[in-house]
Ligand binder design. Sequence first.
Ligand code: FAD
Length: 379
Amino acid sequence: MFFELSEQQTMIRNMVRELAEKEIAPKAAELDRNEEFPDEAIKRLAELGILGAIIPEKYGGPGLDTVTYAMMIMEISRACASTGVVTSVHNSLCSWPIMYYGSEEQKDKYLPILARGDRIGAFAATEPDAGSDLGSLSTVAELNGDNYIINGTKTFITSGPRAGIVIVFAVTDRSKGTKGISAFIVESSYKGYKVGSIFEKIGIHASLTSELIFEDMPVPKENLLGKEGDGFKIAMATLDGGRIGIASQAVGIAQAALEESIKYSQARHQFGKPISSFQAIQWMLAEMATKIDAARLLTYQAAIRKDQGARISKEAAMAKLYASETAVEATNNAIQIHGGYGYTREYPVERLYRDARITTIYEGTSEVQKMVIASSLLR
Ligand SMILES: Cc1cc2nc3c(=O)[nH]c(=O)nc-3n(C[C@H](O)[C@H](O)[C@H](O)COP(=O)(O)OP(=O)(O)OC[C@H]3O[C@@H](n4cnc5c(N)ncnc54)[C@H](O)[C@@H]3O)c2cc1C
């Protein structure tokens, strides 16, 4: 595949890179240590239109293409993976399904709020007993007059404690299996909406992850997204796009690990030479760089196809699988190259290693990505 960024894409990439290097990266270690939400960074990203990157101009966003969006998530995640995933979920998992499946009233009401960053967006599918198997949800939504009454518990929700608008999936007709699942636009101000436990995690500490508990929560029936029974289809299509965001996050983390490793290996001397002169180190760097480029190209390929309106389940799964596994390997190698110092908090590679680990799990584990790829091959 031949790939070159357009002049406009290069300009935007440079602008986001500068912002990320100057304003986001310097705070990343401290936010990680304090498990603190990146409020300032999110505010800046909102001011610059990046938080609502994919939202069309008509609804207050810049309406950027998916390649530009992926590039932005790479640059943000290169500086701070937590800020990267908050931005990715806000765009791909909350704004996109409203853009694609929402009624005109829903788009008019919610997209400008999301574009301005007045409320943070989230996506609530996973439950304590329904992870990879999203067809087995327990949360129920029952129509009662003008409202659906939702009861259930969602878990591991990115931005859960901060979210203002959440796409929630619930069963409206259990007899229909996955065709009995529906999607709703839920506001955190609704009665019966509660934030449950906030999880202590290995990495992405500044991205807060929590349970969301719904107890007899009335949701106006006009907040049904698509039709009753469309929920599973909406979840799968949304996750296809979301995987481009997570692949981009993984590329950004891996790129940061490579750059730190190059810098360190040239500065660190052993046996009277920089360790970068040893072939063992050079080979690690060469493999990291090659795999990161391959991951980036797979991610752009999926993004280009998305912009063409093509089906992207296989391409997005390939990008997410390869980029996330590459991020785990590259950050592991980065620690090896840093030796004992890599195992301490003195250098950023330990944070990159912890942050990379989640990318093979959320928005579908690597095993699930392989299932998606294989089912597309064997159709
Ligand atoms: C930090 C974090 C943030 C998250 N953010 C969100 C969010 O914003 N919204 C949301 O809805 N969810 C979110 N999730 C949930 C995430 O998407 C799930 O954790 C993930 O999909 C896996 O589900 P599970 O944890 O229940 O694992 P399980 O499904 O129980 O899987 C456990 C293991 O079994 C394997 N496995 C399962 N089924 C199969 C199979 N058929 N074949 C082979 N292997 C299989 C899996 O690959 C995995 O290795 C988040 C999770 C974390 C940790």
